[in-house]
Write a protein that binds this ligand. Structure first.
Ligand SMILES: *Cc1c(COP(=O)(O)O)cnc(C)c1O
Length: 440
């Protein structure tokens, strides 16, 4: 089955961006939607598939964002569309907590099978990444009987009250929204470009903070993104993750891998933890799992997951049948189309592009698979250049390429294309980034 239905896979600008229809919709948005809900590109979507998003003015944009790493199989994968259509005609909802259905169990089985956790596992389903993180923390507290949770510098775990506390960056995520949930502690992570430490050295700093500032006897869990997402696509130095996980195991502290952004084939393996052979006790998933339908999961060791009393976990919509049907189709598409290999190929294309177009303002090209980034600095220094980053992103977007930035210092351009993007489209998008850098 083709992963790109009848939407032509080429960039096309029919108007300047945003076009007149988008502008009219933006006016309506301004009158109806609060300013706090901001948009990266005020271009209203009409259709999307493969590596292309078509807007309401007939512009076709190259998609290097996948709706924040969500539509990894494309935004209208035929398998997902068919599965959703079939399920929606049967029933839209019963609540799994009232009368269950097979799709929920099948997605749990699929996550149990693919999660990098040995032995028996269990999976509970929810709606969003933040909701999964909240539930992982609930499970960890219930199992350990302890309360404290440690998160790292540059972490992002969501925008709800508990997950805001876990998230590091103030603006825009936390500003004016305190007080934050108690018993959350922040410890140093590993940011090789900026701390210059080996994985073992950075882990020593983290472990020292865990021991001296919290104490293992108070600590329920350490939560970490195996590759930090919103914080700047930071890949910890080799050895950091295994050392932290080993300390957790030796000290009866649960390790939660937040794979919401890095999971489900994005980095070229099912989960990013696998790159260093790390086994979490609990793992959260969302974003790429259901082809754009809202779905998230907490997968963990059976003993840990089963420690919660009946009725302690749930939610009206968690594991909605339409979303679980989509997720099963996503898993099939990843296997059938060998999208793990495609993610690895995307990394190669991106690395080759920036090898051939080196620039002294690019401090680092980093990431794994189809979760790649460049960090921009003032030449000859490590001073973050957020102004350059914003200017380049704006210039690239104006050419009809959907591009995201990230990073604590706002100086990282990230590449999150759908895994089904055509290689020519990907290269075309990358060359716009290089052109914009050259003329900035
Ligand atoms: C996006 C994200 C979340 C939050 O997911 P939502 O679905 O937006 O609530 C949590 N953790 C990580 C690592 C994320 O990237």
């Amino acid at each position: 089955m083709s992963s790109t239905p009848d939407l032509e896979q080429s960039r096309h600008l029919a108007t300047a961006l945003p076009g007149p229809r988008s502008q009219a919709l933006a006016e309506r948005q301004k009158a109806a939607v609060p300013a706090g809900v901001a948009t990266t590109m005020p271009v209203y979507a009409a259709r999307a598939a493969g590596g292309i998003l078509e807007d309401v003015d007939g512009n076709r944009l190259i998609d290097l964002a996948s709706g924040i790493a969500v539509t990894s199989v494309g935004a209208a994968h035929p398998r997902v569309v068919a599965a959703v259509q079939e399920q929606v005609a049967q029933f839209t909802h019963t609540s799994f907590m009232i009368t269950p259905y097979e799709g929920y169990v099948a997605v749990a089985e699929q996550l149990d099978r693919t999660a990098p956790i040995s032995g028996q596992t269990r999976t509970a389903l929810f709606n969003s990444g933040a909701e999964a993180v909240e539930n992982a923390v609930k499970v960890a507290r219930s199992y350990t009987g302890k309360q404290a949770v440690a998160a790292f510098d540059h972490a992002y775990h969501g925008r709800t009250t508990l997950t805001m506390a876990l998230t590091a960056k103030n603006m825009p995520y936390k500003h004016h929204f305190g007080p934050f949930a108690p018993e959350i502690y922040r410890v140093p992570g590993s940011y090789p470009l900026r701390d210059g430490l080996s994985g073992a050295e950075a882990a020593q700093h983290a472990i020292s903070a865990l021991e001296k500032q919290i104490g293992a006897e108070n600590l329920a869990a350490v939560i970490m993104e195996p590759i930090q997402g919103e914080g700047g696509f930071i890949v910890p130095a080799e050895g950091f993750l295994p050392a932290v996980v080993e300390w957790c195991k030796a000290n009866d502290v649960l390790f939660i891998a937040d794979e919401v952004q890095s999971g489900v084939a994005r980095t070229g393996s099912w989960f990013a933890c696998e790159a260093e052979g790390v086994e979490p006790d609990l793992m959260t998933t969302a974003k790429g799992i259901a082809g754009g339908m809202p779905l998230s999961g907490v997968t963990g060791r059976a003993e840990v997951m089963d420690s919660v009393h009946p009725g302690g976990l749930g939610g009206t919509y968690g594991g909605n049948p339409v979303a679980t049907a989509a997720a099963l189709a996503v898993f099939e598409a990843i296997e059938d189309e060998d999208l793990l290999a495609k993610a690895t190929r995307i990394e190669q294309v991106i690395r080759e592009h920036f090898d051939q177009n080196a620039d002294d303002r690019i401090a680092e090209v980093r990431g794994r698979g189809a979760m790649m980034a460049i960090e921009l600095v003032e030449p000859g220094t490590r001073e973050p250049d957020a102004a350059l980053t914003a200017a380049v992103a704006a210039a690239v977007r104006a050419t009809g390429v959907i591009l995201l930035t990230c990073g604590t210092y706002g100086n990282v351009i990230r590449f999150l294309p759908p895994l089904t993007i055509g290689e020519d489209l990907l290269k075309e998008g990358l060359s716009e980034v290089t052109k914009a850098l050259q003329s900035a």
